[in-house]
Design a protein around this ligand. Sequence first.
Ligand code: ATP
Ligand code: MG
Length: 303
Amino acid sequence: MKAQPRLRIAVQKSGRLNNDSIDLLIRCGLKIRATKNALFCHGENLPIDVLLVRDDDIPSLVVDGVCDLGIVGENVLLEQAIIYQQDNAQSNFAVIKKLGFSQCRLAIALPQAQLFDGPDSLTGLRIATTYPNLLREYLMRNQVKAKIVTISGSVEIAPRLDMADAICDLVATGRTLEEHNLKEVDQVVTSQAVLIKSLKTLTENVPSKKNDILELLLRRIGGVLKAQESKYIMFHAPKASLPMIKEFLPGSEMPTIMALDGIEDKVAVHVVSSEGVFWITLEKLKQAGASSILVLPIEKMLS
Ligand code: ATP
Ligand code: MG
C-alpha cells in the first residue's frame, strides 16, 4: 500500500524563532514529541512532521523541496533571496503567510556620540554586519561608499573592538544597542516570521493530497492568529467621549454599553478589538477619560 503523503515543515532548532514557531504548530492542534537533540519530530495526529534546523538553512531546504514548508524571518529570506536572484535561479519558494511574531528590523547603528545627518554620514566608515547583501543594497540605494565588514555574530561589540565604526544588525527593542552605547540611526528592512512553501513539492493550482494538508494547516493558522490578535477590552468612560473612543479602537464594531449604578455621565464599555491592543491605544483611551481599563486575551472565537 502506498504511504500517505505527509508535509514536512522546517523550523529553527533553537533561538529566537523556535518557541513561537513550535507554539504556533501546537496551537494548530499538532501533537509532536520533541525529544532533546532530535532533528526530526513526527506529527502524531496530523500528517505533518517537523524538521529542526538552523534558521539560515530553512530557505534552501524549502527551495530544494527537502521540506514543503518553513518558518523563517523575512530578514534571512531577503538576505538569501538576493543570492538566488544573483544566481539567476528560478525562485522556487513563495511566502504564504506573515505570522506576526519575531518582529524586528535590520538597522544601522552608530556610537552614541557620533553625528548622523542621513546615510551620507556613513561615507568611508567600516560597517560590521552578518547581513552583507542587505547592507550592500542599502548602501547602493543611498549611493554611499562604505566598507562592509562581514562577521558571523556579536556584531554589537565590533565598534568597541575597533573592528568597525558602525554596525548593521537586527534590533527589536533597542536595549542591546543601548547597553553597547550605540544608537539606531536608520532602518534597512523590517522583518517578522513568515511561512514559506516549496514550489517544487506544492505546485500551485494543482490539487494534491499535500495541498489539502496545507489548506487545513493554513485554516488553523488563520484561526490561531485571529484569536491572538483579538482582545476583550473593558473600561469605564464618559458618555460624551464614546464617539471619539470608537474611532481609535480598531476593529471594535458594536461595543456593549452598560449603565453604571449611581453614575449618570459615565458608562461601562465592553468591546472585542480584532486588531491587537497596544499601550499607545490604552494611553489614548485614558486621555479620553476612560478609567478601570482591562484588556483580556480571547482563547477561542467563533463568528
Ligand atoms: P541559528 O542558530 O538558527 O542560525 P541565529 O543566531 O541566526 O540562529 P536568532 O538570534 O535565534 O538567530 O534569531 C532568529 C531570528 O529571530 C532572526 O533571524 C530574526 O528574524 C528574529 N529576531 C527577532 N527578534 C530579534 C532580535 N532582537 N535580534 C535578532 N533577531 C531577532
Ligand atoms: Mg542563523
